[in-house]
Design a protein around this ligand. Structure first.
Ligand SMILES: Cc1cc2nc3c(=O)[nH]c(=O)nc-3n(C[C@H](O)[C@H](O)[C@H](O)COP(=O)(O)OP(=O)(O)OC[C@H]3O[C@@H](n4cnc5c(N)ncnc54)[C@H](O)[C@@H]3O)c2cc1C
Length: 414
């Protein structure tokens, strides 16, 4: 791997930057691998990265039906935070947030992590009590958050209208080291590091079947031929139920479209991330100047990677109330992804009912922030058969009624 540095940049200036090589190899599938990971989104690639980095497992293929990060990983609004209520979630999301802090250095790839601070507005008395409770829980979990009043909210984000009209801002849950990162770069950085370790990243290769014998996985069928493997990880977000169906089991997952939009670019006016969960909208400003806006999921299941018009309207209407100045902005573009929702709004990192198959899914509307930690835990589970970070998120919690209820922290889109 050619290392990226200021010296490398200066050296390439002599040949007008024509001598840079490819960041990762475009691999052709082999007949067999020790481990196959389906899905080259952030979670699949992070799993591959930590398998190699922590456990020296490198006979790995990551199989992707489209292009790298072309699923939800390249479609999200990039919010990173760890202010969850339940202990297992706080542990997972804080591990991830901490890994984001050093990701650019670890991968030698600038993922543009920007810990600019995230605030979740409290706009009803109920939310005030809820977020105060979360701040107390976070203090016990070692997650740095605080409940702040409306004056501090206005100080941190002057463009907010704190006084109404329908829902005045009564305070906010503030996480100063939350923020954003460049989503494609996270996928690209991991892909480059995995390729460097000798792993095959195979794009435009759709998995069409899962093979097993005597209750044990033996391989997959793909549009580019059959591939045998000893271990198979399904990391396909909104397509999780479809893949599970190919393997012959069912998952407690519903697939729902979630959309986002950006405005035309404007001068810097907001250097924090704001989430307004009562009116249901959230906003940050990208480095290009666009206001990045997201809202809620569609109210029905679906597999279309686009959203419904009434949702854009509702989200924008809600945000105009809190940020009146955006009423003058034009929408530049809109897109959608298919998110994988569980009943308790917590993910599944687990062994599957078929020996050798592992699942990483159910991140729903909030899995971008979890990519590094999820990969860390999933790799441990696959390499050692157990992982303390992943254990609470096993599939068996749905049989045992051991839910990790994050419907308040994670039921919102973010
Ligand atoms: C509009 C929107 C906004 C969001 N905002 C945020 C946010 O601000 N913060 C946050 O933390 N999270 C957010 N999320 C959620 C986050 O994007 C996801 O939870 C996360 O990206 C999931 O990553 P993944 O790697 O599991 O899935 P994906 O990135 O979707 O990767 C799965 C891959 O599997 C591939 N695949 C599927 N089926 C097959 C097959 N049969 N064969 C081969 N490959 C297959 C797909 O093509 C895809 O590339 C948002 C999501 C959306 C849609």
């Amino acid at each position: 791997m050619q290392r990226y540095s200021v010296f490398a940049l200066a050296r390439r200036a002599f040949d007008d930057h024509t001598s840079w090589g490819r960041a990762w190899r475009d691999a052709t599938p082999k007949r067999s691998y020790d481990t196959v990971i389906i899905g080259a989104g952030g979670h699949g690639l992070a799993t591959a990265y930590w398998l190699g980095k922590r456990f020296g497992i490198t006979n790995v293929a990551v199989i992707e039906k489209g292009w790298l990060g072309g699923g939800n990983t390249g479609r999200n609004t990039t919010i990173i935070r760890s202010n969850y209520l339940q202990d297992p979630s706080a542990a997972m999301y804080e591990k991830s947030r901490a890994l984001y802090e050093t990701m650019s250095q670890d991968l030698n790839f600038n993922v543009m992590f920007s810990p600019r601070g995230v605030m979740m507005l409290a706009q009803t008395e109920h939310e005030v009590r809820g977020y105060q409770r979360t701040a107390e829980a976070n203090a016990l979990q070692g997650v740095s958050t605080e409940f702040i009043g409306p004056n501090r909210v206005k100080e941190l984000c002057p463009i907010i209208e704190t006084k109404g009209p329908r829902y005045p801002v009564l305070g906010a849950l503030w996480q100063p080291r939350g923020g954003t990162a460049r989503h494609d770069a996270v996928a690209w950085g991991y892909a480059r590091a995995c390729s460097d370790m000798g792993m095959d990243i195979i794009q435009r290769c759709e998995v069409t079947g899962v093979r097993s014998e005597g209750g044990r996985v033996t391989g997959i069928d793909t549009t580019r031929g059959q591939i045998d493997c000893k271990q198979l990880a399904m990391v396909v977000a909104g397509s999780s139920s479809v893949l599970a169906d190919m393997a012959g089991f069912r998952l407690p997952i519903e697939s729902v479209p979630l959309q986002a939009l950006v405005s035309e670019p404007i001068k810097p006016c907001m250097d924090v991330v704001v989430m307004a969960n009562t009116v249901h909208g959230y906003m940050s400003q990208s480095d290009k100047g666009e206001m990045v806006i997201g809202g809620g999921t569609d109210g029905y299941n679906g597999y279309t990677q686009r959203g419904s018009f009434h949702h854009i309207e509702e989200t924008v209407r809600a945000l105009v109330e809190t940020f009146p100045m955006i009423s003058r902005l034009k929408m530049l573009r809109q897109w959608g992804g298919i998110v994988d929702m569980t009943g308790d709004r917590s993910p599944i990192i687990s062994k599957a009912p078929i020996e050798g198959i592992f699942l990483n899914c159910g991140w729903g509307t909030g899995g971008f922030k979890a990519i590094p930690g999820s990969g860390w835990a999933m790799a441990e589970l696959m390499a050692k058969g157990t992982s303390p970070l992943a254990e609470p998120f096993s599939l068996s919690r749905f049989q045992e009624g051991r839910f990790i209820d994050e419907s308040v922290a994670a039921g919102v889109a973010h």
